[in-house]
Each structure stands twice: as C-alpha cells, then as structure tokens.
Design a protein. Structure first.
Length: 150
C-alpha cells in the first residue's frame, strides 16, 4: 500500500510505518493518514498520526493531508477522553534533526495530573512494559471507540 515509491521514501521508517510495511497497531486510517499506537507508549492510548505520503515538515503538507491530520487528532482525542478519562491530552510534533523517523508524525498522548511530561523528551526509558504487553487490547478498545465515533 506504499503511496510514494521514490527511493528516499522506500528507505523512510515513517513511510514504512504509515503504509503498514512493518508491524504496527493501527487504530484508525483513511486515504491520507494512518494512526498507530506508539511503540514506546508514555501512557495507554499514546498514538501517532503519520501521513501516508512522505512529508518531513508540517509546512510541506498539501491541503488534504493537513485537514486529515487535524481531523485524526480530533478523533483520537475524543476516543482517548472517552476510553481513558485523562486529565488532559498533549498533542505534539517534532521536526528536523530531532525527529527520529525522518517523517512527519504527531503524538497524541493522554496525560494525568502530577505526571511530569519532561521525561517524554529524555533518552532515559520509562517503565512501560505493562503497556507494551497490552498493545492488542489497547488497539482493539481504541479502534472500537473510534468506530463508534465515526
């Protein structure tokens, strides 16, 4: 299902994830984006929104992709609120040399009071094996809520 087959994009990890050329836990997708569970979740329900077409920076988007990403962020936020009842949701994106995927992606992260988000940006690992062991359950629950919202 690869959308853009240029040599650069065939070697892009983000393209491989967005087009499901690698194992991912998809919670939602449309013609322009694929939403997957983050492989190293900060909290249960932490998801990524990736455009299927290769983009590195937000200012490169075509109008359809920009709209699809915003709609997906709204949909994921609604589903996360309904399923996990977080105290808040952080939506963020990194670009440039600090972007380990070399592909635009947006994080949608459920947050809870008294939980520091500073460690999200550090290299130190957090204790989340319990969340990683629940990927299938989390995917199924989140996908079901999203389907109900559509």
């Amino acid at each position: 299902m690869n959308v853009d087959n240029t040599q650069e994009n065939l070697e892009c990890l983000g393209c491989a994830l967005a087009n499901q050329d690698l194992l991912v836990h998809v919670v939602y997708e449309d013609k322009f984006v694929c939403c997957i569970l983050d492989h190293d979740p900060f909290n249960e329900g932490h998801a990524l929104i990736l455009p299927k077409k290769h983009f590195r920076y937000v200012d490169e988007f075509d109008p359809q992709t920009a709209i699809a990403i915003m709609k997906a962020s709204q949909l994921l936020s609604k589903a996360i609120k309904k399923l996990y009842n977080p105290d808040g949701i952080t939506i963020c994106q990194n670009g440039g040399t600090i972007d380990e995927l070399s592909h635009y992606h947006m994080h949608v992260v459920p947050r809870y009071e008294n939980q520091s988000f500073a460690r999200f940006y550090t290299e130190e690992s957090w204790s989340n094996d319990d969340l990683k062991n629940k990927f299938l359950t989390t995917r199924n629950e989140l996908s079901k809520i999203i389907a109900e919202l559509l």
